[in-house]
Design a protein around this ligand. Structure first.
Ligand code: FAD
Length: 323
């Protein structure tokens, strides 16, 4: 059996878990195996209909007590480790989110098993071969995965989450007691984004700023443009390291991966670690005073100039065009 770890928001499974389910279906067909899912918290029960529609007939839910209190990486890792011991899957898949990777790593440590992160494909058999992304997706590595149970996380967007014909998954309660110490790190509070604010990961337009913006005040005009275009503001790591913007705005290998219709990159040089995060953008407009900046070679359009002059002119032009 192939077991998929499912993350959820209390209403349904998240997109990357559904991608892991699609990856699992492909593997299940190749290996001639069944597919089941595991989720934590009683509100995970609401994921049963969607998971069924994505080809998963059985959902194990670990619930009750502190398990209903939200995300706790070590505790979720312990649940997954116990599920591996009791349900006996041959393969375990986790979504390629920060949380998916973290939980799988905790389970792997508990079980003393190797794990392969960010897989884009796998060939069950002996040896069990995985194709996986390294170096932020700039390198594809073919590797053999050892261990009696194969633990894999699925690289984001390696496969599309597509529903198939399937009825609601049967929910089975997974009885487990978790050591209270495992809840030492857990989510205690959630801050919702401001109403109406577009999330960076889902924005159709992203206006990104780098060191060239010059400081936190310089981002006002980027915010103005993003608002006019119904988009979100992003930034480079230099910006978050300097404390000009929160880490949640960072685009890149150690930030958010974006896939907008248009990315407007202002005062950003185009380091590999940044480009990894924005290569899903359909169109790239670069505003940079250096025509030799590496990002220029990736651009669809380039404005060579000082962003402090170019951006106010763009904002004024958009306002004029809209009357
Ligand atoms: P710079 O490289 O300094 O570029 C500034 C650009 O602004 C230049 O091209 C310059 O010509 C232009 N400019 C200056 N003034 C103006 C102006 N007035 N008008 C127009 N243009 C102007 N970086 C990320 O972004 N995201 C990540 O997730 C990330 N992860 C990393 C992970 C690791 C392990 C490491 C080692 C690095 C990571 N980095 C990441 C950092 C990355 O390597 C670069 O240092 C960073 O992206 C550079 O940011 P920048 O483009 O803003 O700054």
């Amino acid at each position: 059996m192939i077991l998929v770890l499912v993350d959820h928001d209390g209403v349904g499974p998240d997109e990357l878990s559904l991608q892991a389910a699609a990856f699992g279906r492909r593997l299940a067909e190749r290996a001639g195996d069944g597919l089941q899912a595991l989720a934590v918290g009683s509100d995970a029960r609401g994921a049963a209909a969607t998971l069924g529609a994505h080809g998963i007939p059985v959902l194990h839910v670990a619930e009750g007590g502190e398990l209903d209190g939200g995300y706790a990486p070590r505790a979720w890792g312990a649940v997954l480790a116990r599920a591996v011991e009791r349900l006996g899957p041959a393969i375990v898949l986790a979504p390629g989110s920060d949380r998916g990777q973290e939980v799988l790593a905790h389970a792997a440590a508990e079980l003393d098993l190797p794990m392969a992160a960010n897989c884009v494909d796998a060939s069950p058999g002996d040896p069990f071969v995985v194709l996986r992304q390294r170096w932020g997706g700039t390198l594809l590595e073919e590797a053999e995965l050892d261990g009696p149970v194969k633990l894999l996380s699925v690289a984001p967007h390696a496969v599309a989450a597509e529903p198939v014909d399937g009825s609601e998954a049967e929910v089975r309660r997974f009885e487990i007691g978790v050591d209270p110490e495992a809840f030492g790190v857990r989510v205690v509070e959630r801050t919702e984004p401001e109403r109406g604010r577009v999330s960076l990961a889902e924005a159709k337009v992203v206006v990104g700023g780098g060191r060239g913006v010059g400081g936190p005040e310089g981002f006002r005009v980027l915010e103005e443009l993003a608002e006019l275009l119904g988009g979100a503001v992003g930034c480079s790591r230099v910006v978050t390291s300097a404390g000009w913007r929160p880490h949640s705005d960072q685009v890149g290998q150690t930030g958010t991966r974006i896939a907008p219709d248009l990315y407007i990159a202002c005062g950003i040089s185009g380091a590999t670690q940044h480009m990894v995060g924005c290569r899903g953008a359909k169109r790239l407009l670069v505003i940079n005073k250096d025509p030799e900046a590496p990002i220029v070679s990736h651009a669809d359009w380039v404005v060579v100039g000082d962003l402090h002059e170019v951006l106010p002119a763009v904002v004024a032009a958009v306002r004029r065009a809209r009357g």
